[in-house]
Write a protein that binds this ligand. Structure first.
Ligand SMILES: Nc1ncnc2c1ncn2[C@@H]1O[C@H](COP(=O)(O)OP(=O)(O)OP(=O)(O)O)[C@@H](O)[C@H]1O
Ligand SMILES: [Mg+2]
Length: 298
């Protein structure tokens, strides 16, 4: 496992003390022809095209990035200024911030090079730090002036982004993905460079929602309207639920999160097997790294 996860031109152990260690890899990155073939396969099916036609009549006024509503403060913040302070506090820890900035820059270089926009953030099991990684990475990406990062709460088992940013959540993401709620009514912008797709409802059938052609159509239209540079999708544990696997065809690449205190090498191998051939694996973020975390995976 050690060789598998360290043999890359992008590979660089990114040490952030006890917090985070990241290995960004190139070994799973496929040639552009394969990526283009995948994109072609992902083209709208006849059903999706029909859904798209129906949805056009629901949402005629598609907003641009700058038209998205500014986020309103959530229950913990009493005002917009306390919300902004709590957002600023979220990425104040210098060690974590440095680690995520390193990850951000390598990620941007790789995704720009390959023309990738849709990045799934997922872990083998729950509690590994997927949301922690997605939030900190989004904050770091959003520090690049003039950039446009969109973070989507696609963990319909355990929605967490409204709380993490302490912004008000207005309705279930399922309604947005199905086309019932318009882009402008669902997405919010806590800052100039960051937008969020939030969720306030646990769903019974997330994997079915995630592979519904209507979801693919909505996301396609969303990207065409607001033109984000990168969309990060926070997904649930891949070995616990089939949600993340069901969503792989919508992704350009995957960032896998491994928890130094609980993830086993065989779990990472199993995730890699599930991802293989469906989306390029950008790398493994080793969260809560311990000195022996890497050797445990050997
Ligand atoms: N490196 C870290 N440093 C400090 N706190 C962390 C770190 N990683 C995760 N946490 C905390 O651990 C808890 C679980 O993390 P998180 O919510 O990101 O897990 P998750 O993988 O998204 O779980 P689920 O799949 O259930 O949504 C959170 O309170 C988070 O803030
Ligand atoms: Mg989570």
């Amino acid at each position: 496992m050690r060789d598998t996860y360290q043999n890359s031109d992008l590979d660089a152990g990114l040490d952030a003390g006890q917090h985070l260690k990241s290995l960004i890899l190139g070994h799973s990155i496929r040639p552009r022809s394969t990526v283009l073939a995948r994109a072609k396969q992902r083209g709208l099916t006849h059903d999706a095209a029909l859904v798209d036609k129906q949805m056009l009549s629901v949402d005629l006024r598609t907003p641009r990035w700058q038209d998205l509503s500014l986020a309103l403060p959530g229950p913990k913040s009493r005002s917009a200024s306390t919300m902004q302070k709590s957002l600023a506090k979220a990425d104040r820890d210098p060690t974590t911030r440095r680690a995520f900035d390193q990850l951000r820059t390598r990620l941007r270089q790789t995704t720009l090079k390959h023309g990738w926009t849709n990045i799934g953030v997922m872990a083998p099991t729950s509690g590994c730090g997927t949301t922690f990684t997605a939030v900190n990475l989004a904050l770091s990406l959003a520090r690049v002036p003039g950039s446009r990062t969109l973070l989507m709460d696609m963990n319909m088992r355990s929605p967490a982004l409204g709380d993490a940013f302490d912004v008000a959540v207005d309705g279930p993401i399922a309604g947005f993905l199905s086309g019932q709620t318009s882009i402008g009514a669902h997405l919010v912008r806590p800052s100039e460079t960051l937008a969020l797709g939030l969720n306030d409802e646990v769903e019974d059938n997330p994997a079915e929602i995630l592979q519904d052609p209507a979801t693919a159509t909505t996301l396609e239209r969303m990207r065409a309207a607001i033109r984000p540079e990168m969309v990060l999708y926070d997904l649930p544990g891949m070995l616990t639920y089939d949600d993340a696997t069901a969503f792989l065809p919508q992704l350009d690449a995957v960032l896998l999160v491994s928890d130094g205190t609980q993830t086993m090498g065989r779990e990472l191998k199993e995730c890699e097997r599930l991802i293989d051939g469906k989306a390029p694996l950008l790398g493994v973020v080793l969260n809560r790294a311990r000195a022996n975390s890497i050797t445990r995976y050997s």
